[in-house]
Design a binder for this molecule. Sequence first.
Ligand code: CUA
Length: 300
Amino acid sequence: MSDARHQPPQQPANEPTVDSVARSEALHIDRYEGIWVRVSMTTLALFTVAVIYASTAMGIQLPGMHMRIDPRTVATPGMSLFAEPKVTQIREGEYEAYIRAQAQPWIFTPSKIHIPVGAKLTLYITSQDVQHGFYIDRTNVNVMVLPGQVTKTAARFDKPGVYNFICHEYCGIGHHTMFGQIIVETPEMIAEATATAEAAVALATGVGNPANGQARFTLCAGCHGLGGEGVKGLGKPLANSEFVAGLKDAELVDFIKKGRAIDDPANTSGVAMPPKGGNPALNDNDLLDIVAFIRTLQTQ
Ligand code: CUA
């Protein structure tokens, strides 16, 4: 028997011990697997940071319940902001709208919302009866509308146009009729709408501006004379005219708008009166001003 048998087995320094073999086998990760694990962990970490940043720094929150409300009184005047819901401007470029959804009849009130382009619109929506939905086309507004609670959501409208909104929760036999529009207008569209509204008011009240009308009358003067005295072979006199006296402002505006064709049996001058005297750019307001000027020519 040699002494070597009693010596502890010699282990070369470069060979792994039993312990370290077990540990490294338990931790063995394939190179590519390791890469993917790191990619996944990094992605998760990035998402977590992004969610925290979006909700805190950018203020992006899930649309949710804003407050509770009693659906039995939600449509009762004086009892809630939803009784006569409307759109209001809260500051420059920011609007808020209260919208009430209801079944029987199946409607949104209001169903038409006008805002200027670039405006941020905050919506408070509730239902007075059953569960409805609210989805605005071409935006990421997509919420449920429940009786008893107010849903708050918001969107910014940077492109002009008509954005349809619909109820997208089946709410009864008239569900498909629940829709409305958000009309995002450019300054030109607003100016035009204002002019049309003013013209409608002016027509209803019959108040034109004779000074503006005189300025516009130069076109008419070609056939009717600068003082409305008429031009032989062209236009009839408008001053002290029975025809003018016999018509109301709105009727005269209507007449000038249409003109009088040469084959019209009522045409006694033998010359056509072109619609709007030949200037299609004149709007109702302009025509009313012209009528107001023509009125000043009636001295008898
Ligand atoms: Cu309301 Cu569907």
